[in-house]
Design a protein around this ligand. Structure first.
Ligand SMILES: Nc1ncnc2c1ncn2[C@@H]1O[C@H](COP(=O)(O)OP(=O)(O)OP(=O)(O)O)[C@@H](O)[C@H]1O
Ligand SMILES: [Mg+2]
Length: 233
């Protein structure tokens, strides 16, 4: 089967008055359908930059990102937005839930931009909240939920559009370790049950260890974690 997501020679250079900053030199990656890949790397090594490029949120300076072998056209914003809404789910470190909408409504919002909300969508949103142990928080605003509860809503939201791949950027980094581990269980269960590929950026080696593969970002390149000098850092 074709890889759900690929990066070929992805480079990112930020031009600055004091000289260009090369964050990604040449990243190559293929993510198979339903595969879970963990990416580790030092702070500032470019993990978020890479994840944003993989999800079509930011354009690479050079190189390409492919979905099932087809390159994304970063110049076509409308097509890119549509692709993202159909193929990708995101979980960020901070939940980015809309503060004036309930947990239930927050799950439906990403769908609303694209089509009419159906009864099946509402049922799915409720199912996901139950799955996250949040059935009794459906009517709560984000401000009326704990950090862990908010992040569980964010995990559920990432799966609402039935994505082919979920991109998670340090999703539980600001939660305590035990709660983070429980949310890791939920994320990996959701991914298994929905047959979704997952690319997860994390400092947490226990979370990274659950992935099928671990890669390490260093010097603007990806290498197999633990597979040599790069993996030891
Ligand atoms: N828009 C930008 N302009 C200039 N430099 C940037 C820009 N965005 C990111 N950078 C720089 O690129 C580098 C990589 O940033 P990035 O956020 O991808 O790191 P990271 O690996 O996700 O780090 P962390 O683990 O702290 O989240 C950093 O040194 C950052 O300062
Ligand atoms: Mg980051």
């Amino acid at each position: 089967m074709k890889p759900v997501l690929g990066a070929q020679g992805v480079a990112k250079i930020f031009p600055r008055s004091d000289g260009d900053l090369t964050v990604l030199a040449a990243c190559d990656l293929l993510v198979g359908p339903q595969e879970a890949v963990a990416i580790t790397g030092a702070s500032g090594s470019g993990k978020s930059t890479l994840l944003n490029i993989l999800g079509g949120l930011d354009a690479p300076t050079s190189g390409s990102v492919t979905h099932e072998g087809w390159p994304l056209d970063f110049a076509d914003h409308a097509a890119l937005t549509r692709w993202r809404s159909e193929v990708v789910g995101f979980v960020f470190q901070f939940h980015f839930l809309l503060p004036d909408f309930t947990a239930f409504e927050n799950l439906l919002i990403p769908l609303r931009g694209r089509r009419r909300i159906t009864a099946a969508d509402r049922t799915l949103a409720m199912e996901f909240l139950e799955r996250m142990g949040l059935a009794d928080r459906a009517d709560h605003l984000p401000g009326e939920m704990s950090g862990g509860e908010q992040q569980r809503v964010a995990v559920a939201r990432a799966f609402m559009n039935r994505p082919r791949v979920v991109l998670a950027d340090e999703p539980f980094g600001n939660l305590d370790k035990e709660i983070g581990a429980r949310l890791g269980d939920l994320l990996f269960e959701m991914r298994r049950d929905h047959g979704t590929a997952l690319v997860i950026v994390t400092h947490d080696s226990a979370l990274a260890g659950r992935a099928d593969r671990r890669l390490h970002l260093h010097g603007g390149r990806l290498a197999v974690a633990g597979g040599g000098e790069e993996g030891l850092r």
